[in-house]
Design a protein around this ligand. Structure first.
Ligand code: IMP
Length: 193
């Protein structure tokens, strides 16, 4: 079986990709290859950050690898928080509750609620780099709604649904989300005959 490192230790992301690639690839996490470095994400694009992580693994471990990076891009905020989505409220830490609160405060009274979630995946196989994108357009709600999911799910309404990701629930979300779309494209590429 071919091996591929996913530059993450997020169990949910690992389960998702393992279910999609089936028996064709053995997916290893960073912990599986004994990589315990917090790889710095210093690029100013999602693609750049995904490439930094994938290159780190390829260059230090010599293993084929892919990495992802996700951002929420809000039109009225000029594309922010973008690459700063995880640390929007506090530059030195990830506080999802504070992030959501800050986003609602920034958009208070603003009629333009348009936003998109975007995931970039960088794959390096035998030294060759490939990029895949997944995107879902939608709106930012005026208040939090729903209880499922994580992060900004209670305030993101994917287009044509009228409900937040947190109201739609994980099963529906996993069919249409930015990450699901990016992962589908990666899998189409990996599993092509
Ligand atoms: P990461 O690149 O997957 O670590 O995600 C970066 C940031 O985006 C984190 O703050 C996450 O909480 C947020 N995020 C990523 N994907 C989602 C999602 O599907 N729903 C809500 N928030 C998300």
């Amino acid at each position: 079986m071919k091996q591929l490192v996913f530059a993450t230790n997020n169990a949910h992301k690992l389960d998702e990709i393992r279910a999609m690639v089936g028996n064709d690839f053995h997916i290893l996490s960073l912990a599986d290859i004994d990589c315990h470095t917090d790889i710095p994400e210093t690029a100013d694009t999602l693609e750049g950050n995904a490439l930094i992580k994938a290159r780190y693994v390829y260059e230090n471990y010599g293993l084929d690898c892919f990495a992802d990076d996700t951002g929420l891009e809000v039109e009225a905020l000029g594309g922010a928080p973008g690459v700063h989505t995880a640390r929007y409220a506090y530059p030195d830490r990830h506080d999802p509750v504070a992030n959501t609160r800050k986003l609602l405060a920034e958009l208070e009274g603003n009629a333009n609620r348009r936003a998109a979630f975007r995931t970039a995946i960088a794959l390096i196989q035998s030294g060759e780099e490939h990029l895949f994108e997944g995107r879902v357009d939608g709106l930012i709600a005026t208040e939090e709604r729903g209880t499922e999911g994580f992060g900004y799910d209670p305030v993101f309404i994917p287009e044509d649904t009228g409900k937040t990701f947190a109201e739609l629930g994980v099963d529906v979300k996993n069919q249409i989300s930015h990450r699901a779309r990016a992962v589908q494209r990666l899998c189409q590429y990996l599993l092509q005959p």
